[in-house]
Design a binder for this molecule. Structure first.
Ligand code: ADP
Length: 659
């Protein structure tokens, strides 16, 4: 049964016992009887009672904060001993005059100094309850619960005798000497212990949120107050002879029945109205349930649905999802979506997805899963995080559509495209290779004949003709070199397999190879931490060699080159950067400089043929990546290129390259 939390009230309930006990002790020590009875000439709270109140009150207060409960329990030995000895003395089993241990009672007429049997019995029950009420044994806890209710009744009875002004000699012996403050404090201590188990028996009935408990809570004040008022009036009227006893009792009964019926009638009416509301809500709920289940049926037909907890543990999977995954529902429930991972997506993909979801945002995208029998399948998924009122995510709803067929068609299309592309590439390479090979021969012939001419007729030739021949020879050599470079360009990427390339080691070795020009120009190269990647090693070496050589070469006169090489992890690969402090590149040429033989400067200004960056672009393209330059006109250049994670599967990027 759902119940209230006892809350702070439990903290305060034992405090009046400590306060009342202290007042009692003071009353006895300083002979102020009103401190012990609160009612002039009324029965007194005995010294031992006051003492036990202080001990029990302190125990119940400290027990809520203190850890070493065993130490506290020792306190209860005293309360048990006091109550037991008093009861045994009442039963005349023995007499040790425990009442005179601390103080001698001169006020009380009957049993001076001795607490009433009802008080002693109450202490016995309260001490036992303080020790064992939380016991897991239902019989023990249940018996204590009944005993607690019993002494609650006794204390209430005693309190009512005071409210109704019943003289001590008219009360039953059992509780005739129980003082007014003692009755009140006993009720509070009792409530404090009962609330230790708010889910138990009568306490639960009083505190739960159910209709019956609400009813009893509404009825209780009436039940406690009304009969007392009625009895008070009856006794007063009988005492001043305005009513005789017989008629008084008849009147009491009739008035009680009438008022009780009216009161319960009002409460019942309120409950009936609430019940009507509840029924209306139930009907509305049922109809929205029907709507929901129709909605769910519709979704089950078209979507793959899962609900998972914040740790991605699957709590629900619809039939469609179960069928497509090939697993049984039992296998899926309790596992995470990791069970279905195909290995297609990298860690970064999932990290990005979870970052978005944990931020409370919807994520959508295509995921490749693997069915139980190993067949891969694609789902276009939207994952929606559900948050409670404190913005805590308590579950994820994932709605997906199977797009395997679409993906297959796309892959087929791109593989056909790649095949066509490869064929065209082969044709192109053959053409370039044949053309450049055939072009080399005539060039060599020209150079040979110029050499021959200079050797045989050199002395007879006029100086102008000699100069012309030198120019023709230089141009022919340059032409031959360009043809050779074209040939090299067409061969890039042939017959090489990707390996794991340690970029840091590769660059350190490259620094050695370029030692001559580095020393000559006093260049400084700063290397950051660089990764090991899967790539074509000679290609990566060639890219860095070209970029570093350019960075050293394209400098203002007397400027010492400074080069900074770094790498950054991106979602789809590694992005490398080679930055220099050279002459910079006008942004309007930033894409043209990657064209074959394209140069921004004459041979006199800076030596070169304009094929280095074309080489770099072709190599990066073979990896499925891209290369670009960030440059201000005069502020140095920053060349960047991305080498993707999976260079062998980048069919899409190959397409991009061709476009
Ligand atoms: P080359 O170095 O033989 O001229 P590249 O293809 O390597 O050929 O470069 C093409 C052109 O791009 C160069 O001629 C130069 O104008 C420009 N360039 C390349 N790298 C740099 C750089 N680091 N700083 C300034 N300009 C550069």
């Amino acid at each position: 049964m759902k119940s209230y939390k006892a809350g702070k009230i439990q903290l305060f309930l034992p405090l009046p016992a400590i306060f009342g006990g202290l007042m009692g002790l003071m009353g006895w020590y300083f002979s102020i009887p009103i401190f012990t009875s609160l009612i002039p000439d009324g029965p007194t709270m005995k010294f031992n009672t006051a003492l036990v109140f202080i001990i029990l009150g302190s125990y119940l207060s400290l027990n809520q904060f203190f850890d070493s409960k065993r130490l506290l329990k020792v306190l209860l030995i005293f309360t048990l001993a006091f109550s037991l000895i008093t009861i045994l003395e009442y039963l005349n089993i023995f007499e040790i005059s425990i009442d005179n241990f601390f103080i001698y009672d001169r006020h009380s007429s009957i049993y001076p100094g001795r607490m009433s049997p009802a008080t002693a019995f109450s202490f016995l029950v309260l001490s036992t309850a303080a020790l064992f009420y939380k016991s897991e044994n239902q019989l023990v806890a249940g018996s204590i619960h009944v005993m607690l209710l019993m002494i609650l009744g006794i204390a209430l009875l005693s309190l009512i005798t005071y409210i109704l002004n019943i003289p001590a000699q008219n009360k039953v012996f059992f509780l005739s000497t129980m003082a007014f403050p003692t009755s009140v404090i006993l009720i509070l201590l009792n409530a404090s212990i009962l609330l230790q188990r708010p889910d138990f028996g009568f306490t639960s009935l009083m505190t739960s949120q159910y209709q019956g408990s609400k009813f009893i809570r509404l009825f209780m004040p009436f039940l406690l107050v009304f009969p007392i008022i009625l009895s008070y009036c009856l006794i007063a009227m009988i005492n001043n002879d305005s009513l005789n006893l017989d008629f008084g009792i008849i009147l009491y009964t009739v008035v009680f029945i009438f008022i009780s019926l009216s009161y319960t009638g009002v409460i019942a009416l309120a409950f009936n109205t609430a019940d009507e509301e509840r029924k209306k809500l139930l009907v509305e709920l049922e109809s929205s349930n029907i709507n929901l289940s129709q909605f769910k049926d519709a979704m089950d037909h078209v979507s793959l649905v899962t609900i998972s907890d914040p740790k991605d543990i699957i709590l629900y999977a619809n039939k469609n999802f179960v069928k497509t995954s090939g697993y049984t529902l039992e296998e899926l429930l309790g596992s995470t979506h990791d069970l279905l991972k195909s290995g297609h997506h990298n860690e970064m993909f999932y990290k990005k997805m979870w970052d978005r979801l944990k931020g409370g945002n919807v994520w959508s995208g295509d995921i490749k899963y693997k069915a139980k029998n190993g067949t891969p399948y694609w789902i276009h998924t939207a994952i929606i995080p559900f948050q409670d009122e404190n913005q805590h995510i308590y579950q994820y709803l994932s709605l997906g559509t199977d797009i395997t067929e679409r993906k297959k068609a796309e892959e087929l299309l791109s593989s056909q495209y790649v095949k066509k592309l490869e064929q065209k590439n082969v044709e192109l390479e053959q053409l370039t290779s044949i053309a450049s090979h055939d072009l080399q021969q005539p060039m060599q012939t020209i150079i040979n004949y110029i050499d021959l001419m200079q050797l045989e007729f050199g002395a007879e030739l006029p100086s102008e003709a000699k100069e012309y021949l030198d120019t023709i020879k230089a141009a022919s050599r340059r032409n031959k070199m360009m043809i050779q470079q074209l040939l090299d360009y067409s061969k890039i990427g042939k017959k090489e397999k990707p390996t794991m390339v340690n970029c840091k080691a590769l660059l350190e070795q490259l620094e050695q190879d370029l030692q001559y020009s580095i020393q000559e120009t006093e260049a400084e190269i700063e290397l950051d931490e660089l990764p090991t990647i899967e790539a074509y090693e000679s290609g990566i070496r060639s890219i860095f060699q070209n970029l570093i050589s350019n960075a050293i070469k394209f400098q203002k006169k007397a400027n010492k080159p400074k080069i900074h090489i770094s790498a950054e992890r991106k979602e789809d690969g590694w992005c490398f950067s080679v930055e220099d402090n050279g002459i910079g590149i006008d942004p309007k040429f930033s894409s043209r400089i990657f064209n074959i033989f394209y140069r921004l400067h004459s041979e006199d200004q800076f030596k070169g043929t304009g094929i280095g960056l074309a080489h770099c672009q072709k190599i990066v393209g073979l990896h499925g990546g891209r290369i670009w330059v960030d440059s201000g006109k005069k502020e140095g250049s920053k060349f960047k290129f991305i080498i993707p994670n999976h260079i062998l599967h980048k069919i899409d990027t190959l397409n991009d390259m061709v476009k």
